[in-house]
Design a protein around this ligand. Structure first.
Ligand SMILES: *Cc1c(COP(=O)(O)O)cnc(C)c1O
Length: 234
């Protein structure tokens, strides 16, 4: 068995253990295999091992890689997880099913514009800044509320908001990491109550170093790179 499929098996069984420990239903947590900086061959190997959902954070790299993979008749699903410039939105919409890193109103407007051009429906997650030293994400709850409200009113017919994403701070302080996950879960609960016509079910949180904690705190999506594909060479 290849290293990647061995790693995948280990991660999937640890996810399952964490689900049980947290009293969560089996398969209530989806795994996004983060393939950034790894070649198409690694993704194809993971697909061969049964993984079909991937995450990339740089659009140019993702386009080249996933166009090549799809030209081979494979059809993996792709989530965009990295901060997105406006001029990359068109390409992001073309290659992905979900943009997890939506952190400002301007981006939502551009996603709608590009998705409507190709008549595609795309899912988004609202990325929220929950940790002291992570820079990405909505920082103002008011701005976030405005964005969700416009989605709720039907301003963006080609966009389906599905929930929230966050990156915990890079720290060995487990309490701080957990606090960031709890913050996201509480936000989800609040906004789901405020906007009952939306289905804000997803909580994308947890990476290689902290996904078990994230699952305990309610993650429905974990984004794992290093523990599957190995260290990235930048
Ligand atoms: C790279 C990345 C991950 C995966 O990180 P690992 O520590 O390699 O598991 C998860 N989420 C985001 C947003 C990333 O950029």
């Amino acid at each position: 068995m290849s290293q990647i499929s061995q790693n995948l098996n280990i991660i999937l069984s640890k996810i399952r253990e964490a689900e049980i420990k947290a009293g969560r239903a089996e398969n209530s947590v989806k795994l996004v295999a983060v393939s950034k900086f790894h070649p198409s061959e690694a993704v194809i190997e993971a697909i061969g091992a049964g993984q079909n959902l991937f995450g990339e954070n740089r659009i140019q790299e993702a386009s080249a890689k996933f166009d090549e993979i799809r030209s081979k008749g494979l059809n993996p699903e792709l989530h965009i997880i990295g901060s997105l410039q406006r001029n990359k939105v068109k390409e992001a919409v073309r290659i992905s099913s979900c943009i997890e890193s939506v952190d400002r109103m301007e981006l939502i407007e551009e996603i709608e514009k590009q998705a409507s051009k190709i008549n595609k429906n795309i899912e988004i997650l609202f990325e929220v800044h929950t940790g002291e030293d992570s820079k990405a994400g909505f920082t103002s709850e008011e701005e976030l509320a405005k964005a969700i409200e416009r989605c709720s009113k039907g301003d963006f017919p080609h966009i389906t908001p599905k929930g929230f994403m966050t990156m915990a701070p890079f720290t060995s302080d487990k309490a701080l990491v957990r606090k960031s996950f709890v913050t996201l879960r509480n936000l989800r609960e609040k906004f789901q109550k405020d906007f009952p016509n939306l289905d804000l079910c997803e909580l994308s949180m947890g990476m290689s170093g902290d996904y078990e904690t994230a699952i305990e705190e309610g993650a429905t999506i974990v984004r794992i790179g290093t523990a599957i594909f190995g260290e990235r060479v930048y």
